[in-house]
Write a protein that binds this ligand. Sequence first.
Ligand SMILES: NC(=O)C1=CN([C@@H]2O[C@H](COP(=O)(O)OP(=O)(O)OC[C@H]3O[C@@H](n4cnc5c(N)ncnc54)[C@H](O)[C@@H]3O)[C@@H](O)[C@H]2O)C=CC1
Ligand SMILES: O=C(O)C(=O)COP(=O)(O)O
Length: 535
Amino acid sequence: MYKVLVAEAISDTGLKALYDHPNFTVDKIPGLTPEDLKKLIPEYDALIVRSATQVTEDILENANRMRVVARAGVGVDNIDVNAATKKGIIVINAPGANTISAAELTMAMMLSLARSIPQAHASTSEGKWERSKFKGVELYEKTLGVVGMGKIGTGVAKRAKSFGMNILGYDPYLTEERADQLGITKATLDEIARKADFITIHTPLIKETRGIINDEYFAKTKQGVRIINCARGGIIDEAALVRALNSGQVAGAALDVFETEPSTNFELLSHPNVIVTPHLGASTVEAQEKVANEVSEEIIDIFETQSIRHAVNMPQISGETHKKLQPYITVGEQMGELAIQLLKEAPDRVEINYFGELAKEDTDLLTRTMVKGVLSHHLGESVNLINAHHLLKDQGVTSNVAKTPKSKGFASYVELTLFRGEAKTNIGATVLNGYGARIVKINDYSIDVRPENFMLYITHHDIPGMIGRVGTTLGSFDINIGTMQVGRAGVGGDAIMVLTLDKTADQDVINALTELPGLDAAQFLELNGNIPVYN
Ligand SMILES: NC(=O)C1=CN([C@@H]2O[C@H](COP(=O)(O)OP(=O)(O)OC[C@H]3O[C@@H](n4cnc5c(N)ncnc54)[C@H](O)[C@@H]3O)[C@@H](O)[C@H]2O)C=CC1
Ligand SMILES: O=C(O)C(=O)COP(=O)(O)O
């Protein structure tokens, strides 16, 4: 049974998949203090939050069972993603599920700002009739600057176009082509300052965006600009905004998000030209059902089928790439496990080389799989695909990944090399069409091995009778040989033998083998990872 803690007010309809699933129990406990959350968290396998819960390193420290932190929404700035990554916890979100709601709130804010609707409502409901006080402006033929042309920014741009606005879009990823397609103009942040009548912010809150709208920026804007922030507090410097409002440089601001929430910045909250909402961008029936449903389905998939779609701390790969990498995943982990056993000590350097077709793909997932195989030998269950890179760095191991699109013997080939000072071991693998994955190189010897649970690695001299003697010795210990492969440097030279066995070989077996004339060393290798079942 997997235990899920829902720590905020999240739609029960959206959580239905989890409630109904026989392998999950759900505890919905909104409003926990950080201390209570920290106390409860060790019991849970997954945590679902919105924006109000701070999932800090301190809280995650105790999350020893936790595999997933799910953000039922977009922004993950309330989650210490690095701390989660270190602990091997997947952080997922629900991108896209609240796009429409956030874009619609932005439009509502822009219209409210243009016509002072909240102020007019307050005045009228007090019995006043102040028609001239609330003379507004039209959106028609005004210029709107959209900072952050992602899902919500694009949604706003499309809607604003239908109001007859001219749109300037700024986003490091916005291309001229995309801008043309949307019927907008690609602009810089400064061009937006110079030309826009309305500016709306739709970037995440990250190092690069914190405080980008500040005193310096307001000094460049048109006098009387109106500004909307339905993205994140902190992107606009609130103190600078108050100054710009007081000087009249900014005619009005509509804010759904604040530097600290709930906000206590009353100078801003109660400013006559400011309209505010309590972080309501995603607060619609539809968005809440969609975000909760999306994270529920994904949590189930992660636990039941190991499939991850929206992890923010894992590489996002397309279904097409995933299909191409899939046949290499199991053998990738096995390569790591075998290489570390052959090296016999922890590596100080890891090198991974991709050749041929594989080199043209985004192979980060496969790289992580190999690193996981290597590290699991010493770190056990604590290493997974999420924290593999991090733990490698943490252990002081340097790593290098190289890609050569030219093929090397096989259409696709991957080689993992571990170094420790002068010592080195390498393993190469490929996937043969119709035959599956094969280890085709060990320590520079060509070989053809389908990895299995129990294996023997023997170094010997290429002399007649060797194979027979090894077979007889293993037979005397009642060990059946599955397969036996030999690789040699040249006739009569150094050679290796790789055997798959039906059971483990203990030290007595190894001792008996090393006594055989012509045999240098024998090492038993064991794979713990996923061994595919062969028929
Ligand atoms: N008020 C609310 O309740 C809600 C707020 N949001 C917030 O809205 C923001 C946008 O969400 P989405 O559009 O779904 O995300 P998205 O990831 O689709 O778009 C974000 C865009 O910002 C761009 N960007 C990043 N750094 C930038 C920079 N320095 N300058 C300009 N653009 C930059 C990115 O390239 C990306 O295109 C997020 O911060 C999210 O948390 C989202 C939903 C509801
Ligand atoms: O999805 C987002 O980024 C939001 O800001 C929505 O926040 P909420 O889930 O309503 O607390």
